[in-house]
Design a protein around this ligand. Structure first.
Ligand SMILES: [Zn+2]
Ligand SMILES: [Zn+2]
Length: 307
């Protein structure tokens, strides 16, 4: 479950179709393949991420930026998604995975991990002091990646969220505090994962000359007016949209060599609404994951798990 699912359900995004099954961080086993889908075979485990289809020929697709395709389709947005026992996906956009490993802990990698990875790339390799605003599913993964790369991570949470701050420190953050606070040193870059426009001037204020603030969410409340001096001195304010398949390949490769401590709160699929409420109110540490009841799975999948 991703915050984007909340934006979809709360009507904060324009939707190409309704009714709609949300969910775009899917781990599943291929039940059958259609004609032409030679890359996949029945029984293979795959991830199904947000990027469900691109045109392949627009200026963005042609220049390695399929995340910005003019006519994309997204899982759980333009096509039914993963809050379900079964899903239809396009083979070329599925991510082949190892057959083993806990599906619950793999699921958050499919968006929180992937988008976090792309945000980290955009923040820049030279960003050593890195701020993360909003310490949810994405930040808890990417903080670990950043710390391993030798960066110092500064985690910003809601005011008074001491358990969130302790959580951030436990995953390698050098400092954790409230989003209104200034970190002990100016940041080289900041990534804003929380959908809160008020954080933009706060992050710019915490960022050094020439630094960069990356907005990682698909939706954000309005950004308040702020003084030009916060942007002055070549600070940059950018957003990250969607992902490319190359991002996914690169990130999954990274994770194979350096597994992440993925913290999840699993819910039965039937309690999806409760999980959404908990995510909305910030009660979840790490990522919420919906798990279909075993009884709903086809029998061959449980056989595969025993193997
Ligand atoms: Zn997402
Ligand atoms: Zn395109």
């Amino acid at each position: 479950m991703c915050r984007t699912d909340l934006h979809v359900i709360d009507g904060e995004l324009a939707l190409p179709r309704l009714p709609l099954v949300p969910g775009h961080e899917i781990i599943g086993i291929v039940e059958s393949v259609g004609p032409g889908a030679q890359a996949l075979r029945a029984g293979q485990r795959v991830g199904v991420p947000w990027l469900a289809h691109t045109c392949g020929h627009c200026a963005y697709c042609a220049s390695g930026r399929e995340n910005l395709c003019d006519t994309p389709v997204f899982t759980g947005h333009g096509r039914d998604g993963g809050f379900a026992t079964h899903v239809v996906a396009e083979a070329a956009y599925c991510l082949p995975l190892a057959q083993t490993g806990d599906a619950v802990r793999l699921a958050p990698l499919m968006c929180a991990g992937l988008i976090g990875w792309r945000c980290l790339r955009v923040a820049g390799a030279e960003a050593r002091d890195l701020g993360l605003y909003g310490f949810g599913a994405a930040a808890h993964l990417i903080a670990q990646v950043a710390a391993r790369q030798g960066r110092r991570v500064y985690a910003f949470t809601r005011d008074g969220d001491t358990s969130g701050q302790a959580f951030a420190r436990s995953l390698g953050a050098a400092w954790a505090g409230s989003s209104g606070e200034l970190p002990p040193v100016p940041l080289d870059a900041a990534i804003i994962f929380a959908p809160v426009g008020d954080l933009v001037p706060l992050a710019l204020r915490a960022t050094r000359k020439g630094g960069r603030v990356v907005c990682g969410g698909i939706h954000m409340s309005d950004i308040p007016r702020f003084a030009y001096r916060l942007l002055w001195e070549e600070r940059q304010l950018v957003s990250v949209a969607n992902l490319t398949r190359a991002d996914a390949t690169e990130f999954l490769e990274h994770v194979v060599h350096a597994p992440l401590d993925v913290r999840t709160t699993p819910y039965p699929l039937a309690q999806a609404n409760q999980a959404l409420d908990d995510l909305r109110s910030g009660r979840i540490e790490g990522a919420a994951v919906l798990v279909p009841d075993r009884a709903e799975l086809p029998p061959w999948e449980s056989d595969l798990r025993r193997a």
